[in-house]
Design a protein. Structure first.
Length: 389
């Protein structure tokens, strides 16, 4: 089956965080949204059918995870990412943000140091700080237009840290780390007996023939030190169903994690798990096609920036549907950047929300039909070409 990702589906008035942002001025309603990281694509028919059957039944009492869901997660990991997962390693949680909070509470104490790389998806530091733990940042330097892992700095800061919150493929830099890089990261973590939470939510969207390598798949020893977080939400447009799968091979890590989950009552709803099972059993062709469509969107955007918007330099995404933009060539002060995008008629995510220090970056979500992307880029080109008021 061929899926139609060019299809325009109006999400306005459907309680979409991206399109219906509340508490905004009238003028802002006309902004084209390229911020919240979900896609504007219809999910696959099997997911709609599975949800439809659940809805048709009409009783939504307390539920259990569908019996086949752990095996569906294991199948997906094996077939798509070469990671052998036993079904009983899998547990379910509301979104991955909950998994971060759960791991922080289960494995660290107030005041402990938790290691992250920056720039990074906001909950990586917000959750830690909200729980009264300390964040240690190991920044990823931008070298010749590509974010690199600074192993020396990381090894230094890994000493005495209690948990490493890792993100690969990475939001917002869209790096997909190589086997060599992952092996070195793994070595450093093992040398320091550092537990890792590896957020791999973007694993299915990897470009140019690269392969995503789950960190835990590198060795049994690393698997015992790793909590792998994954979810169908990005690939299959089901983020609003709020369900994630957490893979923990070591029972001595799994037990305290699940205890905290139970204590905090952050289980998923049934619809999210029904959708997850259907996606992971039937979604291979969809995942291939959405990845290819997004790669073509990426190439379209890169080409457009090169030809029409010289003041903004995109960091070439190796994965994800996130385009990290170096806007320093626009010559704007950090506080002027957001209003520049707003006056262009666009809503992007500002880079400072990811602990990017220069204030010269923004993130553009290209998970949309190409015509929407083109319309957004045209607005941007018009604003970047015009002198600032
Ligand atoms: C790296 C990363 N982790 C987690 C999430 C959110 O996941 P969930 O919706 O499962 O909480 C996002 C969403 O943008 C993300 O980019």
């Amino acid at each position: 089956m061929t899926y139609d990702f060019d299809k325009l589906i109006d999400r306005r008035g459907r309680n979409s965080a991206k399109w219906d942002r509340r508490f905004i001025g009238e003028g802002e309603k006309s902004l084209l949204p390229f911020w919240v990281a979900d896609t504007d694509f219809e999910t696959l028919p099997q997911v709609k059918q599975a949800l439809g059957s659940c809805v048709e039944h009409g009783i939504f009492g307390y539920t259990l995870p569908p019996e086949g869901c752990p095996a569906a997660v294991a199948r997906w990991q094996q077939v798509r990412h070469g990671f052998h997962v036993e079904p009983d390693w899998v547990s379910f949680l509301a979104g991955i943000d909950c998994a971060i909070a759960t791991a922080v509470q289960a494995f660290t104490q107030p005041g402990d140091r938790i290691l992250i790389n920056t720039p990074i998806y906001t909950p990586f530091f917000e959750m830690v700080e909200n729980c009264g733990r300390r964040v240690t940042e190991s920044p990823m330097p931008l070298v010749n237009g590509r974010y690199e892992f600074d192993f020396e700095d990381f090894a230094q800061k890994a000493k005495g840290a209690k948990l490493f919150l890792f993100c690969n493929p990475q939001n917002p830099t869209a790096r997909c780390l190589t086997r060599k890089e992952l092996e070195r990261i793994g070595e450093i973590c093992l040398e320091n007996d550092l537990l890792i939470l590896s957020d791999e939510i973007h694993a299915d969207i990897v470009f140019d023939g690269r392969r995503h390598i789950p960190l835990a798949s590198l060795s049994p020893e690393l698997a015992r030190h790793t909590i792998t977080c994954t979810s169908p939400s990005k690939t299959f447009s089901v983020a609003g169903l709020v369900a994630s799968a957490i893979i923990i091979p070591d029972p001595d890590v799994r037990r305290p994690f699940i205890e905290v989950r139970e204590r905090n009552s952050i289980n998923t709803g049934i619809l999210g798990l029904v959708a997850m099972e259907a996606a992971y059993l039937n979604g291979d062709a969809y995942a291939d096609q959405v990845r290819d469509y997004l790669q073509a969107n990426r190439d379209f955007a890169l080409d457009y920036f090169r030809k029409n918007i010289p003041g903004i330099t995109p960091i070439v995404p190796e994965a994800t549907f996130l385009l990290w933009l170096d806007c320093s060539g626009l010559g704007l002060k950090r506080e002027e950047l957001e209003s520049f995008f707003t006056s262009a008629g666009l809503r992007l995510s500002g880079g400072t929300a990811y602990r990017e220090p220069t204030g010269q970056f923004a993130r553009l979500n290209f998970g949309c039909p190409r015509s929407t992307l083109k319309a957004g880029l045209e607005r941007l080109a018009a604003a970047a070409g015009a002198p600032m008021a």
